[in-house]
Ligand binder design. Structure first.
Ligand SMILES: *Cc1c(COP(=O)(O)O)cnc(C)c1O
Length: 420
């Protein structure tokens, strides 16, 4: 459920006509609904009522400072994957003891930053990383609480680019070898192995893969207990899917029930790292139709948003519903919706039945709150778009559209090129 609905053929975000924002700000822009963001965070968190847990919003899905700070106010912790996300999380007011740090390639400066801020836990992905964290913690006179990210080798049944828990993936340590890594960690002076972590993939639309992973993790927790290593934190990662088109993913309640049943009253704190399920359906991308064009084989709708603004269709062949902001025609056509970028991979939709829009009409690309703006770039020297949040009848620009001078910020022509 989200708050993007039609009133008299006009698309509204809560109580604001999307068209009125486009008139004021120009296009393209991302638009988020405050009510939807709150609803999704709260329903996810409430689903785990009665279980000792910390929900850590996965920052990489959407790192806008206003969105991070909204979730922080709702009580969320934060899952980060870089020093930059730590910086933004701290700016948004997250207490370090609610921040968990994941990722296969943590740099030394990033590890030092996280150690000096005293974050809750490092999710460690290799033996070498473990040694580096131990050495840096010693240097900085800190002790690091760590979890080992294991790879339970379950197939999440999602797109290959976003499945991360198979033995062929670069993530985590295989379950069989994990006990040895824990023993090694227990022998190190400056790290405490107190957690167990996994993240099996993204856009998962069934509970079975999560249950399978949990069975494997619980077995490992028992094996570790026998060697005297007590696991205090169990981090299930993120990955719960959303409805983009026809998918019917489990509701947070069903997901939580499945996890609770498999945990069976174990004495540990559950950490969850949801991203997409919280923000995905809380945002849309609003774009204007520039041209219509009849190709020899295909009809094209050319929009002012392209793959640099929303990469998911090009990268994963992802489906996003595209609907008119104002319904001013009754007929439907079949067309490719494409952007202005000089690449054939630059499309928002292919061979899509779509409202018969004309030049100047506005389109809403739905369910783009997760991995939308966060993955956008300046490719082709295009300005990154504005982000706007609506709350009731109010709207606010939470990130300004970039300007041409932003494009050369930090660039510098060396003296040996001047006067050539
Ligand atoms: C990306 C990521 C998440 C969030 O995944 P979603 O599918 O958006 O819920 C959580 N944890 C880790 C380690 C990740 O890399």
């Amino acid at each position: 459920m989200h708050h993007f609905t039609y009133k008299n053929d006009n698309l509204y975000c809560e109580d604001v006509a999307v068209r009125s924002i486009a008139d004021a700000l120009g296009t393209p822009f991302y638009l988020y609904s405050h009510a939807t963001l709150c609803r999704h965070y709260n329903s996810f968190n409430d689903a785990f009522e009665g279980i000792d847990r910390l929900v850590c919003f996965s920052a990489k899905a959407n790192t806008n400072l206003s969105i991070l700070s909204l979730f922080r106010q709702l009580g969320s912790g934060l899952d980060i994957v870089s020093g930059g996300e730590l910086f933004k999380g701290l700016k948004a007011g997250y207490p370090p003891d609610k921040i968990v740090y994941s990722g296969v390639g943590k740099r030394i400066d990033e590890i030092d930053y996280a150690l000096s801020e005293e974050i809750l836990i490092f999710n460690v992905e290799s033996m070498e990383e473990l040694d580096v964290i131990n050495a840096r913690a010693g240097e900085l006179k800190k002790t690091a609480d760590i979890a080992i990210r294991v790879n339970p080798d379950v197939d999440p049944g999602t797109h290959p680019y976003i499945s991360t828990g198979l033995s062929k993936n670069k993530f985590g340590i295989d379950t069989a070898g994990a006990v040895e890594v824990y023993k090694a960690a227990a022998g190190l002076k400056n790290v405490n192995p107190v957690g167990l972590d996994c993240h099996i993939g993204s856009q998962i639309t069934e509970v079975a893969p999560f249950k399978d992973a949990l069975v494997s993790l619980c077995g490992l927790i028992d094996a570790l207990e026998e060697t005297g290593i007590h696991i205090k934190y169990l981090d299930m990662g993120g990955g719960l899917g959303i409805t983009y088109g026809e998918e019917t993913p489990p509701e947070p309640d069903e997901y939580a029930r499945a996890i609770a049943a498999s945990l069976n009253g174990r004495d540990l704190k559950l950490i969850l790292e949801p991203g997409r399920v919280i923000v995905g359906n809380a945002g849309i991308l609003v774009t204007k139709v520039l041209y219509r064009k009849q190709g020899k084989k295909k009809e094209f709708i050319i929009t002012d948003a392209g793959m640099n603004d929303l990469m998911r269709p090009s990268l994963y062949n992802a489906y996003h519903a595209i609907i008119p902001v104002v319904k001013n025609s009754k007929d439907t056509i079949v067309a490719d919706v494409v952007g202005p970028i000089c690449e054939s991979g630059d499309f928002l939709a292919q061979e899509r039945p779509i409202h018969n829009v004309q030049s100047g009409d506005l389109l809403a690309v739905m369910s783009t709150g997760a991995y939308g703006f966060a993955m956008s770039s300046n490719y082709c020297s295009r300005l990154r778009v504005a982000e706007v949040m609506v709350r009731g009848t109010e709207h606010s620009v939470i990130r300004s559209r970039e300007t041409y001078p932003d494009l050369i910020e930090g660039e510098n022509i060396p003296s040996f090129l001047i006067g050539c």
